[in-house]
Design a protein around this ligand. Structure first.
Ligand code: ATR
Length: 269
């Protein structure tokens, strides 16, 4: 049986083993997928040991995505630009290939919700690793404009500069944000603290979608705020399932049906 896992620290609450078990059952793949808590000071060693014991690939979550990036022998273009890897693949030659599927996952989930990204005015909140990981796939959809806004304005400006050749992207502080936007994506970790970035009330266009990369049993503060201002709220559970599906495809060459898996997961929150 081919072995896969998710590395994290902590990792006990990861939903990835359940998601990949469902994908494997659905597509008839004989594989095992577990959660492994890698030591904070030796991620590379954990990956080496896993592959020595028959591991073929892995997902990587907090806080190892940058370390995973550094140990790869080859990288996808989008992983190189993201500076982070959430999917490791052991090649037949013994080399480690790294990819990041978070951005594709976000785009697929938005499309699944009927959001048109081509020509859209997009606002992304936050300028950390989570946002860096999704910018290239978002820009590939050819939005009319993409604005990155962050508490620390300089980080948003630097991030926008890094992606400048891929599309119309600008960065700044929350105070400089001027709508309307068709899609507003919260990629800050403010929701975790129950915080809301300071945003103007007239942020959304008619029929706009508000997306939070976070998810939970209850809507986040950001999604409640957005819904009260007329936007359609969507949380990040679908992104989680879609990024997993893309990792699964990298390993097994099969595209699982994400809808029933998402439905089961939603019911379990
Ligand atoms: P991640 O990997 O989740 O992106 P990160 O790289 O630490 O984590 O980035 C966290 C992001 O959330 C940053 O954009 C951060 O803003 P700063 O760059 O100004 O620190 C943002 N953030 C965290 N807490 C926030 C809060 N309470 N209000 C607004 N933004 C917040």
């Amino acid at each position: 049986t081919d072995r896969y896992c998710v590395f994290g620290h902590p990792v006990a609450h990861s939903k990835s083993p359940a998601i990949h078990a469902a994908f494997a059952a659905q597509t008839g793949q004989a594989m095992e997928y577990t959660a492994i808590e890698a030591p904070l000071d030796d991620f590379a060693g954990a990956w080496r040991r896993f592959t020595a014991e028959g591991g073929r690939g892995a997902n990587v979550t907090v806080p190892f995505k940058e370390e995973a990036f550094r140990l790869c022998d080859t990288l996808s273009q989008r992983a190189r630009r993201a500076g982070a890897v959430n999917t490791l693949v052991l090649g037949k030659n013994g080399l480690t290939y790294g990819d990041t599927t978070d951005g594709v996952g976000l785009v697929r989930d938005l499309v699944r919700h009927g959001v048109t990204l081509a020509g859209a005015r997009i606002l992304v909140l936050g300028a950390g690793g989570a946002v860096r990981g999704v910018l290239e796939p978002l820009l590939a959809e050819r939005p009319a404009s993409l604005v990155v806004a962050n508490r620390t304005a300089a980080k948003a400006r630097a991030l926008a500069a890094d992606f400048r050749e891929l599309g119309t992207i600008t960065g700044g502080g929350f105070d400089a944000v001027a709508g309307p936007f068709d899609v507003v994506i919260n990629g800050t970790s403010a929701s975790l603290a129950g915080d809301l970035p300071p945003l103007p009330d007239d942020l959304f266009s008619e029929g706009a979608t508000a997306y939070d990369m976070m998810y939970g049993a209850e809507p986040t503060v950001f999604l409640r705020w957005a819904e009260a201002r007329g936007a359609r709220p969507v949380d990040g559970l679908g992104m989680l399932v879609e990024q997993a599906a893309e990792s699964f495809y990298q390993w097994r060459g099969r595209h699982p049906d994400t809808a029933p898996v998402l439905e089961t997961l939603r019911a379990s929150l």
